[in-house]
Design a binder for this molecule. Sequence first.
Ligand code: PEP
Ligand code: MG
Length: 883
Amino acid sequence: AKWVYSFGAGAAEGSATMKNLLGGKGANLAEMSNLGLPVPPGFTITTEACTWYYDNGSTYPQELKEQVALALEAVGRETGRGFGDPDKPLLVSVRSGARVSMPGMMDTVLNLGLNDETVKALARASGDERFAYDSYRRFIQMYADVVMGLEHHVFEDVLEDYKDGNGHSLDTDITAEEWKSIITRYKAIVEEELERPFPQAPHEQLWGAIGAVFGSWNSARAITYRRLHEIPGDWGTAVNVQAMVFGNMGENSATGVAFTRNPSTGERALYGEFLVNAQGEDVVAGIRTPQDLTEAARLAAGSEAPSLEKLMPQAFGEFLGICERLEGHYRDMQDLEFTIERGKLWMLQTRSGKRTAKAALKIAVDMAAEGLITAEEAVMRVDPAALDQLLHPTIDPAAHRDVVGQGLPASPGAASGALVFSSEEAEEAKAAGRKVILARIETSPEDIHGMHAAEGILTTRGGMTSHAAVVARGMGKPCVSGAGMLRIDYRSGTMTVMGRTLQKGDIVTIDGSTGQILLGEVAMLQPELSGDFAALMEWADKVRRMKVRTNAETPNDARAARGFGAEGIGLCRTEHMFFEGERIVAVREMILSETEQGRRAALAKLLPMQRGDFVSLFEIMQGLPVTIRLLDPPLHEFLPHTDEEIAEVAEAMGVDPKRLRDRALMLQEFNPMLGHRGCRLLVSYPEIAEMQARAIFEAAVEAGRTTGAPVTPEIMVPLVGMKAELDLVRARIDAMAGEVAKESGTKIDYQVGTMIELPRAALRAAEIAESAEFFSFGTNDLTQTTFGISRDDAASFLGAYQQKGLIEQDPFVSLDREGVGELVQIAAERGRSSRPAIKLGICGEHGGDPASITFCEEVGLDYVSCSPFRVPIARLAAAQAAL
Ligand code: PEP
Ligand code: MG
């Protein structure tokens, strides 16, 4: 079998298409060689050799030794050197290289092949003894560290002691003779610590390094990384062995890194840095300040140190040409490493460069405009989830972060403000012109005004679909939820976290994109939506099949969502319309009434408010579909808790507070999320459905007149498990439609449908579809009920599930394809079997999650619905799913 692939001298046995076999680095070195670029010759030992190694008790395939020897000879021929040759020694670098770049694996050994003899030859050839011995000691240090497992610091200690003892402050002060004695000390340390000498034979060195690369594939860090990123263990890593070139052979040598475009802004200009007379590790180590590559960058930075363009114009010119060539060849922004040895340019690496969301967007749109890629490719190049960064303020990556805690990234964006622990305080502070972060154990409908007033919301309990999370996302405000490590004490007005106690008024910052809680005010970058954004969205809209709607109740949210390109409302949670002010009192009256008459009285107060809200929504949506869900209040979110709240409702109802308290206690449930909510409430009290249906129909009539466009409301019944529930509610709706039509003299088109958010509904979808013109998958509740995991309590243990690798993702964030997904699929199929034209959508939080959107496309849903700020993400994700 072939285990070794050579490259160099304008040709290679491999190519860029062979990433699986040669690893990313090896495949690209081969590709650059094939393009005729100056690549130091070398060879790649395949990933298959690594798998073989592990399958055979850490041994090598028989043919490997010989193939490596032959490949080494070829490198020797090309460089005019020999491995271990005392006159013209061949020195090599050894690097790992998996299919994807992977932290935790052995990185690099440089200068391999140096020993007590060859170092002399290097000194002669370079005419620089100091350089030769410095290289040798670096090699011993690196090799002993990564191959022999001796920690770096033991050598650092020796070096520091030496410098202190001899009055040197810099490594560069050390002379060749001094390096020699340090090397003696280094070798002695290796023997003392490891009870074996530092290997002198180059072949022994090489096989040691190959074994270390293979061994690092199964290091603890690499295994953890693979688990987190779903990288299979049997991929294995390749080993790249390559002739050394020296960027540290004097003032006409240099080494550097470059991006073909700016990786943080996307600007089309070579971006990077280099060091004169240095080796790659020096650039990374940050001991010396690197210089700019181009004159333009140098001038922009106001730097004194000359650019490469000025310093080595010829090598620079060649490099620039190669950059353009590689970018054109790979049709993507490249991240490059190069070395200049005595004026001669060598390419050491190329790969697609990592970039910020902003840069990804700009580069994709620019490259499409340049004709380098198609518009569809541009659409595929931007990670939809990363768009969040463009839509919300983000913490300046350069800013210092004093992280004091961590919760769930419940609603993206970052915000700073003074800590407050109640919604009243939040409102007062806001009125006084101060910015606050509202910290609560959890939020409830009474906190809506506080949430509105706050810059951001922090809770210690509740998951990704908790009240705080859902409401904050709807408002487009940052939220960190379920930060269980924090302790909030309302009475003392303090919050303790990791031994620190914060007081009310202390300034904190929350990052809802990462879940971090930080101390103090942190510098932010403000979002700006560029023309590039609009261009990409337009291309995305051309290719996507699914519609994108929004979950919105308030005119503000609806307008924001329209601005982001929503094509209607997929979920209007009517209970959210009752959170504020006098409305919540009326809702409480209704819930707490012991008689139908009492309920009807409360409902009569709510009717005009509801109607008014719907009119605005219909007007904003201008004839686009609007799905209104009938009341679905988890009772615990609406019952009054405090004495004042009870007194307020009692007064409104004209009843005795004591009696009201008893009633509230009676209504309290053990499992409110599985309790008397959704259509169950409507079955008990159909007058609620009647009031809401009346409000919807009357609003439709009115908005139809004002906008001149007919409104077709879609009325949705929540938490249906049985067809009979839907039929009962539907009968009231249909009757009300007739009534309003008669009263207004206007015929109203409308649809009635249901949420599918219980396993039973998914299974009985065929019969339910007989009474439903549409299904909307409520995957928040469907996830909760399929797993039997409370959406409000999940945060306290799902973290452990993730840490221990039981689950990849929080199922409330990214749809569980196997379980919940199968129910969605079953319901879609069965629903269509009895009503082929049934409209299917999703309105759980998953409707804004790219991976879940891909699933929705596969199932053939007609639309996804998500919170306003997720609309652009959904548009892009839906487009990618369709391509
Ligand atoms: C759902 O359950 O997915 C849903 C959208 O409804 P809610 O989150 O309001 O329960
Ligand atoms: Mg639900």
